[in-house]
Write a protein that binds this ligand. Structure first.
Ligand SMILES: Cc1cc2nc3c(=O)[nH]c(=O)nc-3n(C[C@H](O)[C@H](O)[C@H](O)COP(=O)(O)O)c2cc1C
Length: 117
């Protein structure tokens, strides 16, 4: 939990995880332009986790606030061979009453309603 900026979402759910990229060798071989692509890959995995969590009746969310160096220390990783690039958590939903939550595609329903359909 501390590694994820002490956020409850990282400890109160079913599980949370960190995504590690093969960092140094990839950038050395492919070039620095690939750096954002590593985040894209993490994002793709995150999107699958969002969908699978929903399909299992749970919820998931990305965690962008985390401390990479303590995560590397925890795993015994030294140097830049691997880099922690994204965290994710899955669990039961707690509704945030401060936010308006609407069903998916609700804007289409509102448009149809406004057209009188
Ligand atoms: C890349 C990424 C990083 C995120 N990091 C955090 C985070 O560190 N802490 C958190 O509470 N939510 C985090 N979230 C969740 C977003 O805050 C959440 O998706 C947003 O509040 C939902 O708003 P929406 O319903 O308007 O899409 C993250 C989401 C993404 C996609």
């Amino acid at each position: 939990m501390e590694i994820s900026c002490s956020q409850d979402i990282a400890s109160e759910g079913c599980f949370s995880l960190g995504m590690l990229a093969e960092f140094y060798c990839t950038l050395e071989e492919v070039g620095p332009w690939f750096y954002p692509r590593l985040f894209w890959k993490c994002g793709m995995i995150g999107q699958v986790l969002y969908l699978e969590a929903e399909a299992a009746g749970l919820r998931g969310t990305g965690i962008g606030c985390y401390f990479d160096d303590p995560m590397h220390d925890l795993l015994g990783l030294k140097g830049t061979l691997y880099q922690d690039l994204y965290h994710f958590t899955v669990g039961g939903a707690v509704e945030d009453k401060r936010l308006a939550t609407m069903p998916a595609y609700s804007h289409e329903l509102i448009q149809r309603y406004n057209r009188g359909c």
